[in-house]
Write a protein that binds this ligand. Structure first.
Ligand code: 2P0
Length: 326
């Protein structure tokens, strides 16, 4: 029986093997797979409230600010279609971290949205189908449906039903920590979607980048299952740097880093060289995510906090997948 309101929460995720490029832009199908960790502490809480019968569109409020419904409305249309109809909704979404600055608010946002929509429309979809729906909003959102270590499959069916995420290992398997160094809080200048499109269309390195992902996935999968930190560190840093290399070579080149980003990357490498269990990854923005063994977390946080240009440090653990909040 459909309800009038539902609430869900989802954690952000950080890719260790990056997603950067699509095989189908309309269905938002990735060109290659990716592997991520879902985080605790960086999350979106989303409440859906059915609007009165005369309403003719959904409404979106993010952190108290009205925004165009765009992709959110399109994903809600998909869920209403599955339900054989349904009301328009007011979507109230709150992120407890800076929106649009390379901290994957779209990932936790769309994962929470489809989880709440499933509940409010009484669909009872499997996690796999929720992952497919979340992907239509944002490719990385497919991964935030699951907790812990997650692999996104690129799939090869045209309609995308096999382009979904699946769990690789739970949080307890390997309770890594992530120290996030915030080096800018304003929204980034080029969105991930636009950056990916530009890279696909203009970067001479794009085909090479895509061709290397399968081997990285294989290594990362093995590193995670065997808890081999050195292997995970090597493959993750390499994947991030290759993604940025392909983006830097686009026309015009995509330069997501600022001086503090680079200083943090050097600091992480210096720490690792003296035996500290840490590696970096950087997404389509200037923040640096330092993934660490639990015992290294305090030392890494202290070191990054001292770097000029680092405005704030966040410390996260691994967290659960998207869930309904009662
Ligand atoms: C990732 N990023 O794997 C990569 C690394 C950013 C850099 O997934 O176009 O917002 O909505 O599917 O999911 C961010 O891209 O892009 C992203 P769309 P999305 O985490």
């Amino acid at each position: 029986m459909p309800a009038h309101t539902a609430k869900a929460r989802a954690g952000a995720n950080i890719a260790l093997v990056k997603y950067w490029g699509k095989r189908d832009a309309r269905l938002n199908l990735p060109a290659a797979g990716s592997i991520s960790i879902t985080l605790s502490g960086l999350e979106t809480n989303t409440r859906l409230h059915a609007l009165h019968e005369g309403a003719d569109t959904d409404e979106l409020v993010v952190n108290g600010q009205c925004l165009p419904v765009d992709r959110v409305g399109a994903v809600l249309d998909l869920t209403r279609k599955l339900a054989g109809g349904g009301p328009f909704f007011r979507v109230d979404s709150d992120n407890n971290f800076p929106t649009g600055a390379g901290l994957a608010s779209s990932a936790s946002g769309f994962a929470a949205l489809v989880t709440a929509a499933d509940q409010v429309l009484g669909l009872g979809l499997s996690k796999s189908r929720l992952s497919e729906l979340a992907r239509r909003g944002s490719g990385s959102a497919a991964r935030s449906i699951f907790g812990g270590f997650v692999e996104m499959k690129p799939g090869n069916i045209d309609d995308g039903r096999d382009a979904v995420a699946e769990p690789l290992a739970n949080c307890e398997h390997w309770p890594l920590k992530v120290v996030v160094a915030i080096t800018a809080t304003e929204a980034k200048s080029v969105s991930s979607t636009d950056g990916m499109n530009r890279t696909m269309q203009t970067s001479p390195y794009y085909p090479t980048w895509v061709a290397t992902v399968a081997a990285d996935l294989e290594l990362a999968r093995r590193a995670i299952l065997e808890r081999d930190f050195e292997l995970l560190a090597d493959v993750s840093e390499s994947s991030a740097l290759k993604m940025h290399a392909s983006a830097l070579a686009a026309s015009p080149g995509l330069l997501y880093w600022n001086p503090a980003t680079l200083a943090c990357m050097h600091a992480v490498r210096e720490l690792r060289a003296v035996g500290c269990g840490v590696f970096f990854t950087v997404d389509a923005g200037p923040q640096v995510k330092a993934v660490c063994l639990p015992g290294a977390c305090a030392q890494v946080a202290d070191r990054l906090a001292d770097i000029p240009g680092v405005a704030r440090i966040l410390i996260c653990g691994l967290g659960p997948g998207a869930e309904v909040v009662v």
